[in-house]
Ligand binder design. Structure first.
Ligand code: SF4
Length: 421
């Protein structure tokens, strides 16, 4: 059975495509003109996620791009055309000049970005840096990869081009190979480990960190220690995607149980008890920063305006691709780099909604004492067909429990360090 056929059968077996919400729910009903008249102004994009290849060499069940509600990958070209690359570079430089941005981030993403091949990746990076250098903007480039194809040839190129690499790893071989599998069902841990060994040596300066999707079947401490074996500078734990209409695995939407918080708290305690934190755990760092009155730099928590935008392989300007887990077309804006500026996207109701902070949340979240830290959680996890994206998150009990725990523990540790207890 071909990969595409296999993916169709998985979707039809496990998940009914979710119907888009009516036009009168948030954020489709948001009046951006009224917002602008009231004095609100959008924030410039600073993070450009480029879908440089639309296919993947793994076939992970539950992947939000291929296995969930939105199946638009089927109509995407495999790779960005030279015309789309040129227009994307022009639009990024145009946006940087308009908003006088001294630096921006470009993230090479997919599908699997390494499938684009070294020549294409070099062309994309040089074209964007060339366009942005003319407007005085520095471009930091990183990539998120499954690392199956990551080898010395790529790493030498990434060293020359200063591309940092984030790798998806879900734990030890048993944990990782539960889900990160090739189309024939074989696990990818061995190939990924081999690539990660290369990042431990002379290429360590290119290592951005590990991304681990939580699987409650895996022991949290064993998972955390397996990730640390590769000496990552940072680790990000991701909640599996889902929403109120299609809840994530082991998350009963109506239950007050907190299985994900309980899993993460075990890691938080282990991480916290390490004399010097060996690695940054992004979710914990962000929560502590927010509890201390800082801004969020992650879309998982907090109320900071979202500053990222996606360019699809065909040149379409889109919102976060995580929204593909909600319903067909959820991430679309109807704009394209050949015909629209990124400033046009800033006026799109769905993008404006992600820059409104607490004003984009429903009454439950607004009343919550943790709203400034939680921010309703990841936007895609708030989706409910009847009310759109007003929240709360389908992970609400987990988020409340995790943040409360970190708040108490952080306050206790800080008091002890300051000699107050
Ligand atoms: S999702 Fe839950 S924990 Fe988060 S702000 Fe909303 S009500 Fe509070």
């Amino acid at each position: 059975m071909g990969l595409a056929q296999r993916r169709v059968s998985r979707l039809s077996n496990n998940q009914e495509p979710t119907i888009p919400p009516p036009e009168n729910v948030f954020p489709a009903n948001l009046d951006v003109a009224e917002l602008l008249a009231s004095g609100w102004r959008p924030s410039a994009f600073r993070q450009f996620i480029l879908k440089v290849h639309s296919r993947c060499d793994l076939a992970c069940p539950g992947c939000y791009v291929y296995e969930m509600a939105d199946q638009s990958w089927r109509t995407q070209p495999r790779q960005m055309s030279p015309a789309v690359v040129a227009s994307t570079a022009f639009r990024i430089a145009e946006h940087a000049r308009t908003h006088r941005l001294p630096d921006i981030d470009v993230i090479l993403h997919g599908g699997e970005p390494l499938l684009a091949g070294p020549e294409s990746l070099e062309h994309i990076v040089r074209t964007i840096r060339g366009a942005c250098s003319e407007v005085g903007t520095r471009v930091r480039v990183s990539m998120q990869t499954n690392a199956v194809r990551l080898d010395e040839t790529y790493l030498k190129l990434f060293h020359d081009l200063e591309i940092r690499v984030g790798v998806s790893l879900d734990g030890d071989a048993v944990a990782h190979d539960r889900t990160r599998v090739f189309a024939n069902g074989r696990g990818s841990h061995e190939r990924v480990s081999r690539a990660l060994r290369l990042l431990e040596g002379p290429f360590h300066h290119l290592f951005a960190g590990l991304l681990c999707t939580i699987d409650l079947r895996n022991d949290p401490i064993a998972t955390y220690r397996a990730l640390l074996e590769f000496d990552p500078p940072s680790v990000d734990f991701l909640l599996p995607h889902g929403n109120w209409a299609a809840p994530p695995p082991w998350r009963d939407a109506d239950s007050t149980a907190t299985p994900y918080a309980d899993w993460l708290i075990r890691i938080f305690d282990e991480w916290r008890e390490t004399p010097r934190f060996r690695t940054e755990i992004r979710l914990f760092h962000e929560i502590i920063r927010l509890l201390s009155g800082g801004d969020s730099r992650s879309e998982s928590v907090g109320l900071s305006p979202a500053s990222m935008v996606v360019v699809e392989t065909n040149g379409a300007i889109e919102q976060s691709d995580i929204l593909k887990s909600a319903f067909e077309g959820a991430s679309a804006t109807g704009l394209h780099v050949l015909t629209a500026a990124f400033d046009d996207a800033l006026g799109h109701p769905a993008i404006a909604a992600r820059q409104l902070g607490v004003r984009a949340l429903g009454p439950e979240c607004r009343r919550c004492d943790l709203v400034n830290t939680c921010g309703g959680g990841l936007y895609a996890h708030r989706f409910r067909p009847a009310t759109g994206f007003l929240g709360p998150s389908v992970y609400c009990p987990d988020l409340y429990r995790l943040i409360s725990y970190i708040r108490e523990r952080h306050a206790r540790d800080t008091a002890r360090l300051e000699g107050r207890v």
